[in-house]
Design a protein around this ligand. Structure first.
Ligand SMILES: Cc1cc2nc3c(=O)[nH]c(=O)nc-3n(C[C@H](O)[C@H](O)[C@H](O)COP(=O)(O)OP(=O)(O)OC[C@H]3O[C@@H](n4cnc5c(N)ncnc54)[C@H](O)[C@@H]3O)c2cc1C
Length: 401
């Protein structure tokens, strides 16, 4: 590399640089624009781009869109690429399920569960980014990042460089920002591995686009999802804790094909179904709590901060909410001219207030599924209470009540 001072002199300069324009990065940019903070946002992809996901959009997504702009929430709710439901079922076993049914459409502003292919949802967000405060650079990835004195130098794949006081790392599960600025290690024991594919022509699905999730035991607990999509398609996925999948040598693709062909409550839905495209695998990180999410000149958000829910795998909404909080912190840092760890650490406190209890509960529930009989006994005993709690969670997080 050239002399660092020369490189800094030739770099673009910005107070805040967001790395990644997925749901978390795009949210950070939208909020910074709202708060009139100049920034650069980069992504290695050109949008629309796909991302392996279950395509369920719940809880925090609504509050974040509303807080950015109520008209944005309306645009999302009315968008033809997204469908929705008031109901979902989590089958612990054949005759035991947790049923969510928020059937009071007239008293709710919108249904609590949406589905949308990520290629559409992420593009919907990225299309909102243009603003006098946002310098948007897509199709050019971060290659290297280093702190030089009180600033950060980002080197992109096209050789260009950006100098900034604050990096918001929104670059997903394989975050370079998390590795290089925070010094975090990838922790496989806090990752779920999933395979997922799109299907067309499923039949005998529950009415009104109800979400279907099943806990299926194959030496270990695995989570099987069917999420309906527009145009008669569905997202079908299966996964579980990454370390157990390695330990028990589970071939997720073989297991999900076996479930589709033979599972007594599932196979009748796939009799006339056709898979569109390949099975795709990806990880869902829940390392939050065991990694550093803020420090001198950086804040981590979304998957880069390991913020997915270990149990029900919401990572889009938690990612967006963390980015909203991070953008507010970044604005305050900009106004105070403070980008040091001491000043930024209240982001971690805010994140703790917002996520700690829910994510901890998710981790405990996930551990509990490893003892099937005990788990089933507990669910039978507390089913009514859990269902009421979920409705309260929806009221507070999706409807802001
Ligand atoms: C199979 C599966 C099912 C899931 N189901 C659900 C679900 O139903 N609901 C839900 O809420 N969550 C679900 N999740 C989790 C969810 O997909 C993630 O938590 C969510 O995408 C996190 O958003 P993000 O913006 O933090 O990261 P991402 O969506 O991963 O976005 C990161 C962005 O950073 C960019 N990037 C990466 N590296 C670089 C680089 N070096 N330079 C520049 N840009 C870079 C990428 O191109 C990408 O656009 C699922 C995940 C999987 C794998």
């Amino acid at each position: 590399m050239n002399n660092p001072e020369q490189v800094l002199a030739q770099s673009s300069e910005t107070p805040v640089c967001i790395v990644g324009a997925g749901p978390a990065g795009a949210t950070a940019s939208l909020m910074l624009s709202k708060l009139q903070i100049p920034h650069i946002i980069i992504d290695k992809a050109i949008f629309p781009r796909d991302k392996t996901c279950g395509d369920g959009l719940i809880l925090h997504v609504f509050e974040v869109l509303r807080r950015i702009d109520p008209a944005l929430l309306q645009a999302f709710v009315q968008h033809p690429a997204f469908i929705h439901t008031f109901a979902g079922r989590f089958f612990v076993k054949k005759d035991l399920s947790i049923d969510i049914d928020v059937q009071h459409p007239s008293s709710q502003p919108h249904p609590p569960i949406f589905y949308g292919k990520r290629i559409d949802f992420d593009d919907f967000l990225v299309k909102q980014l243009p603003s006098p405060y946002a310098d948007i650079r897509l199709g050019c990835g971060l290659k290297d990042i280093e702190r030089i004195g009180n600033t950060v130098l980002l080197t992109l794949s096209d050789g260009s460089t950006i100098q900034t006081s604050l990096v918001i790392g929104a670059d997903g599960i394989q975050s370079i920002v998390s590795k290089k600025l925070a010094g975090n290690q990838h922790d496989k024991s806090r990752v779920s591995t999933f395979v997922s594919a799109y299907f067309q022509g499923l039949t005998n699905l529950a009415p009104a686009h109800e979400a279907e999730i099943r806990l299926i035991y194959k030496k270990m607990p695995l989570f099987f999802y069917i999420f309906p999509l527009p145009n008669g398609e569905a997202n079908v996925s299966l996964g579980g804790t990454a370390t157990d999948i390695s330990l028990y040598r589970i071939n997720l693709r073989a297991v999900i094909e076996d479930i589709i062909a033979n599972h007594p409550e599932v196979r009748n839905k796939f009799l006339h179904a056709k898979r569109i495209g390949e099975w795709r695998g990806w990880g869902i990180p829940y390392s939050y709590g065991s990694i550093k999410i803020t420090g001198d000149n950086f804040l981590l958000v979304g998957d880069a901060a390991g913020l997915a829910n270990p149990f029900y795998k919401e990572g889009v909404g938690t990612g967006m909410m963390s980015a909203l909080i991070a953008a507010e912190k970044a604005a305050s840092a900009y106004h105070h001219g403070r980008f040091d760890e001491n000043f930024l650490s209240s982001y971690a406190d805010e994140a703790k207030k917002q996520f700690h209890k829910l994510l901890l509960l998710g981790r405990i529930a996930l551990k509990f599924t490893k003892k099937p009989l005990l788990f089933q006994f507990f669910i039978r005993l507390t089913k009514g209470k859990i269902e009421k709690r979920i409705v309260r969670l929806i009221d507070s997080q999706a409807y802001g009540k």
